[in-house]
Unconditional design. Sequence first.
Length: 106
Amino acid sequence: MPIAQLAGNDPSEEKSKTFVFHDEGHTLGNVLRCVISNYNDVEFCGYTVPHPAESKMHFRIQMRKGRAIDALRRGLTDLVKMCDYTIEKFNDELISFKAKQLNTDN
């Protein structure tokens, strides 16, 4: 997932950044926005998909304190942990379900 910083951002201003995610859209944008918006140090977090024909997403983070890039890294890390946890729980329940099915078939 290539990520770039949107041109026009002041490189000296670390609290507010717009990042461009190539080959991404609403699926990642909405869930990542939900994760990052819950951080206490985040003032604003939102995303747009500029045009349906373009395969990119603009993701904006404005911080009360701290750096926007750090919030993005934290959000992506937390999202991976959430996905790993969901997969783990799903697999546990699938194994349990299959075991129950075997017991009822006998």
